[in-house]
Ligand binder design. Structure first.
Ligand code: FEO
Length: 172
């Protein structure tokens, strides 16, 4: 059985994951309209993954005797300056998500809820991968700079960049 505090923290995380999914969907749609089809596919895929993260939490909360709350949707911005800005947003957003996950883990320990603490470890590992991937993408974009043909190749290659390849590059 979940304590009220843990239930609240998990429901807050449901909202964070839902918001991430919306945010990445908005950036995917922007990229598609700009003709950056690789970046768009990457962001669509990422948006789907965030929805899975949300669903996993919803099911866990309900299985453990809590009540999952499906949050209202906030409207993300439809306008972005560049592909660089989109991926910078992704990295900064994932850093925020990591902080939120750490907060949930902290509350689990305070409440001595080791079952939820164990469940949350999946999210802890996932954040390591997601941050590594976002950093790796940013490193590549820095090399591209303002060069249009470089950006064209980046957009073509982005889909082959996965969390695993990012970790290999990072030496993890
Ligand atoms: Fe579910 Fe990208 O954090």
């Amino acid at each position: 059985m979940l304590s009220k505090k843990v239930e609240e923290a998990l429901n807050n995380q449901v909202a964070v994951e839902a918001e991430s999914s919306q945010f990445y969907l908005a950036m995917a749609s922007w990229a598609e309209n700009q003709g950056f089809n690789g970046t768009a596919s990457f962001m669509y895929r990422h948006s789907d993954e965030e929805r899975q993260h949300m669903l996993k939490l919803v099911k866990f909360i309900n299985e453990r005797g809590g009540k999952a709350v499906v949050p209202a949707l906030k409207k993300p911005s439809a306008n972005y300056k560049s592909v660089h800005q989109v991926f910078e947003n992704l990295l900064n957003h994932e850093i925020d998500v990591t902080n939120q996950i750490n907060e949930v883990v902290h509350i689990c320990l305070q409440e001595k809820d080791y079952t939820t603490h164990n469940f949350m470890q999946w999210y802890v590992s996932e954040q390591i991968e997601e941050e590594a991937l976002a950093r790796n993408v940013m490193d590549r974009l820095k090399l591209v700079g303002k060069d249009n043909s470089g950006l064209y190749m980046f957009d073509r290659d982005i889909l082959s960049m996965t969390a695993d390849s990012a970790q290999e590059t990072a030496g993890a």
